[in-house]
Design a protein around this ligand. Structure first.
Ligand SMILES: [Zn+2]
Length: 212
């Protein structure tokens, strides 16, 4: 026994402590709830690879012939979040005309994710709207019957991830406008928005319409 042994013991203790901290940080990173901010306009990007991977996981996607890069952009991040849905996707959108997001939503529907969509009656008939297409694909859509706009722009993935902000789901907004979108996994925020969605969903149930 002597100072050498004490030094070795101290060094070992420090190494163990460092390892424990590193493991704790790694675990915290893994379980840390998502808090992401997306700013638009998004750089132009191709999301064919993302859609193909989501449609047939594990099958290598054929390269897309378009000249756009398939990089990490606000749009690709938004699409990734949507495509992460496994059980449900609740959409509450004033305006939905972006074809790429329309395809992502249809893909989820085909994959068995329960998609519900609430939108604005005055805007759903506009040129380029995705609403008719989504309805045709069998997705449940409900709309307001008021003079005020159904002006929300939020989505809830698996009753767990809230996506909300200023962004209308139009190509024009995605490519040209300054917009912000928050992606959060916060139980309190998610519950408030889920409750709002269920309220609107019930209020816009055609069975509850009043015509006089
Ligand atoms: Zn492409």
């Amino acid at each position: 026994a002597g100072p050498g042994r004490a030094m070795r013991a101290a060094a070992l203790a420090v190494a163990l402590a460092v390892t424990a901290v590193a493991l704790a940080v790694a675990a915290w990173r893994r379980t840390r709830p998502v808090r992401e901010v997306l700013f638009f306009p998004s750089r132009p990007c191709c999301i064919e690879g993302l859609l193909a991977e989501a449609a047939e996981p594990g099958v290598p996607a054929r390269p897309c012939p378009c000249p756009l890069p398939s990089g990490d952009t606000a749009l690709s991040r938004l699409v990734r979040r949507l495509l992460s849905a496994r059980r449900s996707l609740d959409l509450c959108l004033f305006c939905f005309s972006c074809p790429q997001l329309g395809r992502a939503v249809q893909l989820l529907h085909r994959r068995g994710v329960r998609v519900r969509l609430v939108t604005d009656a005055q805007y759903m008939g506009l040129h380029g709207s995705q609403i008719g297409r989504l309805r045709h694909a069998g997705i449940q859509v409900r709309h307001d019957q008021h003079s005020g706009y159904m002006h929300h722009k939020f989505a809830i993935v698996d009753q767990r991830t809230l996506i909300t902000g200023s962004l209308n789901w139009t190509s024009q907004a995605i490519q040209s406008n300054r917009e912000n979108v928050l992606v959060v996994e916060d139980a309190e925020y998610v519950k408030a928005f889920q409750d709002e969605f269920e309220r609107i969903w019930e209020e816009y149930n055609p069975a509850n319409y009043s015509f006089f």
